[in-house]
Design a protein around this ligand. Structure first.
Ligand SMILES: C[S@@+](CC[C@H](N)C(=O)[O-])C[C@H]1O[C@@H](n2cnc3c(N)ncnc32)[C@H](O)[C@@H]1O
Length: 248
């Protein structure tokens, strides 16, 4: 299991400063990092990704700042190692796809729709020398993009889940899931994913702690014939859910 030298899944700020001395200027008088600052967040997460997971990522200047610890915990909830997996919407860092290939030895296909994110994802995959196959979506989710013959042990995604964008820092496609509660994108993955799963395959969704959203996604998953398991976990101050749907 990856960890910092103290055995924990994290990195003390003073260690991150040794890697990126620029972080020093974002400390307050009590030595706390100003994580409301975008540049500070990027550098701190880059440092964690490097020293805890031995992964090098460049973040797109305008993209979502993917946090490595939450993504790793999410992957741990459903991967055992060596699976054939599909990630929908890998984003500019391609962090989960890289982790799945490098840390879980999975055979990975990942998709992304935004042109610039796709190019960043490609560079991050190359930088880490992992064999992730990256596919450009033109609006498809799975059908029409992935060959019908491909069957996966797991299909996973940190899907866009807002009903509308209320603050900056996210592109429309990163943020807006569609539907009344932001559930439409997640439901599309469940609907289209079924026929791409092997027997006992699963769909895993990384979602926020938003009951209205979770409820409608679970309801549709059960209607489709999946059984499910909801694993709630906390990283820093945020609660996240790994919603895992099983095709039995
Ligand atoms: C919430 S972000 C998650 C990014 C990254 N996987 C992570 O863990 O932070 C959702 C991503 O899905 C991408 N996306 C949106 N619609 C898509 C589609 N139809 N096919 C592939 N990617 C899509 C967005 O551009 C964005 O990068």
């Amino acid at each position: 299991m990856p960890s910092w030298r103290d055995g924990k899944l994290g990195l003390p700020v003073r260690e991150a400063i040794k890697i990126f001395p620029e972080l020093e200027k974002y400390l307050d008088e009590r030595g706390r990092l100003d994580l409301s600052n975008r540049r500070a967040r990027i550098l701190y997460n880059k440092a964690i990704t490097r020293v805890v997971f031995d992964i090098e990522v460049e973040y797109h200047p305008k993209g979502l700042i993917t946090t490595p610890i939450s993504r790793f915990i999410f992957l741990k909830t459903f991967l055992r190692g060596g699976e054939k997996v599909l990630e929908i919407g890998t984003g500019h860092t391609a962090m989960m796809a890289i982790m799945a290939a490098k840390l879980f030895k999975c055979d990975v296909i990942a998709t992304e729709i935004e042109d610039e994110f796709f190019e960043y994802a490609r560079a991050n995959i190359e930088r880490n020398n992992v064999g992730v196959k990256l596919i450009k979506s033109m609006g498809e989710v799975i059908e029409g993009l992935i060959l019908m013959e491909e069957k996966f042990d797991a299909i996973f995604s940190a899907p866009p889940y807002y009903e509308k964008l209320t603050k900056g820092g996210l592109t429309e496609r990163e943020g807006v899931g569609g539907g009344r509660y932001g559930e439409a994108f997640s439901i599309r993955i469940l609907e289209e994913g079924w026929q791409y799963l092997k027997k006992n395959g699963k769909v895993a969704l990384f979602l926020p702690d938003k009951p209205s959203l979770l409820e409608v996604v679970i309801k549709r998953g059960v209607e489709l014939g999946y059984t499910y398991c909801d694993i709630k976990f906390k990283v820093g101050t945020r609660c996240r859910h790994s919603l895992i749907f099983f095709k039995r």
